[in-house]
Ligand binder design. Structure first.
Ligand code: CP3
Length: 364
């Protein structure tokens, strides 16, 4: 049976009254909730048999480009886990194609961009007039939204300018980001132009997603932790800030996430993002203080804890909830994505734990 919503100002009588979707949205806006909302980064992926079955017949990009399949994968994962929000099944790199860069996912190696961007001329050739080609993602969101209605939250996403630029320049994942930093330091005009082009395409891409029914946008600055604070401020912050604010103008909250961001959180928060996504390296309360209590936070279980015995998993979930201390504006999540091989039953158990323990906390 689905619980019913008792209005936006339920206040003290919220226990057990909220639909998952409003539980999630309210937490993004730092409003009180009955139980802590929870979802997981990469909740649809190879650790799940249902996803592997679909993947046997289709490549990753095929799944992304067929709205029926992308919607099915999104819905199956969210329902199987019992989470409060569904993130649309897509990939960070999709916008590269309409900008003029071909890429593929090579088995076991991650993404490969065939002709990486290396100089001002490469940047000049990037197109910004074809973001509408990404409409297939919007059509998948429409299907997911039609399925869930208001039952659970619907999250759209894109990469942040710095993180996407790093893929375009390195041609794939990277350990040291040498080519990215070389371009950034040696040709600031080309660098700025690249980020401007990304902000333009990503803004239009997010607009498509919001119009289709995305209620929250998560901006993944996954590799921003490769920058010093000085370089983050000089080379990446402003483009992220503009993107965050452009998306907020569309009327939806923004979650801004990165990994290894301990030294960057207070500056990341200055983008104005509603929610700051935390990795698992710092205790949640320490990171939240750094991001500032004017922002909600999302996190921050080490994804590998999902391989641990039940007692350890329980301890870690409790520790994070204790650390959040019932303060409005906590969304439970991992500090980074679920990895292949994670036992699905542990992920399901973690969702139940978050709901049960946070309800106990609310009633204590
Ligand atoms: O439920 C979900 O979160 C699934 C939707 C999703 C995917 N990619 C599908 C995917 C999301 C939100 C992403 C975002 C993404 N893609 C990020 C940011 C998140 C993060 O992890 O920081 C990044 C950096 C990428 C780029 C990317 N895509 C890489 C580096 C890889 C290869 C790494 C790997 O795990 O193999 C991918 C492939 C990818 N994207 C997979 C999935 C489910 C797994 C590969 C497959 O199915 O073949």
């Amino acid at each position: 049976m689905e619980p019913t919503e008792h209005g936006p100002n339920g206040g003290e009588n919220l226990a057990d009254n909220l639909l998952s979707g409003s539980r999630f949205l309210r937490a993004c806006l730092r409003k009180p909730v009955d139980r802590t909302p929870v979802w997981f980064l990469r909740q649809a992926g190879r650790y799940m048999q249902e996803y592997r079955d679909v993947r046997q017949h289709h490549t990753l990009v095929e799944i992304c480009k067929q709205p029926d399949l992308a919607a099915e994968v999104t819905i199956t994962a969210a329902e199987k886990l019992g989470v409060d929000a569904a993130i649309i099944f897509a990939d960070l790199l999709l916008p590269l194609e309409p900008m003029g860069l071909d890429f593929e996912f090579q088995a076991g190696e991650g993404p490969v961009v065939h002709h990486p961007v290396r100089n001002a001329e490469d940047v000049r050739l990037l197109r910004t007039d074809r973001a509408a080609d990404l409409d297939y993602v919007a059509r998948a969101i429409q299907k997911v939204a039609a399925h869930f209605r208001d039952r659970i939250g619907i999250i759209g996403f894109c990469g942040a300018p710095y993180t996407l630029a790093s893929y375009m320049i390195e041609g794939g994942g990277s350990r040291n980001y040498i080519e990215t930093k070389k371009l950034m330091y040696s040709d600031p005009a080309a660098w700025t132009s690249l980020l401007d082009k990304l902000v333009s395409v990503l803004t239009e891409y997010c607009q498509l997603q919001v119009q289709a029914g995305a209620e929250v946008i998560q901006i993944f600055d996954s590799w921003v932790g490769s920058l010093s604070l000085t370089d983050y401020r000089s080379y990446a912050f402003e483009a992220s800030r503009r993107l965050v604010q452009a998306v907020q103008q569309m009327g939806v909250p923004v979650i801004y996430f990165g990994v290894e961001t301990a030294g960057l959180l207070s500056t990341m928060a200055q983008t104005g993002a509603d929610v700051i996504g935390l990795d698992w390296h710092q205790p949640l309360d320490v990171a939240w203080r750094e991001a500032g209590h004017a922002h909600a936070v999302q996190g921050n279980l080490d994804p590998i804890t999902l391989f641990a015995p039940q007692e350890i998993l329980e301890e870690r979930v409790r520790e994070i909830l204790r650390s959040a201390a019932g303060r409005p504006g906590h969304i439970f999540n991992l500090g980074h994505g679920i990895v292949p091989g994670t036992p699905v039953e542990n992920v399901q158990a973690a969702v139940k734990m978050v709901h049960e323990f946070s309800l106990e906390g609310a009633r204590a």
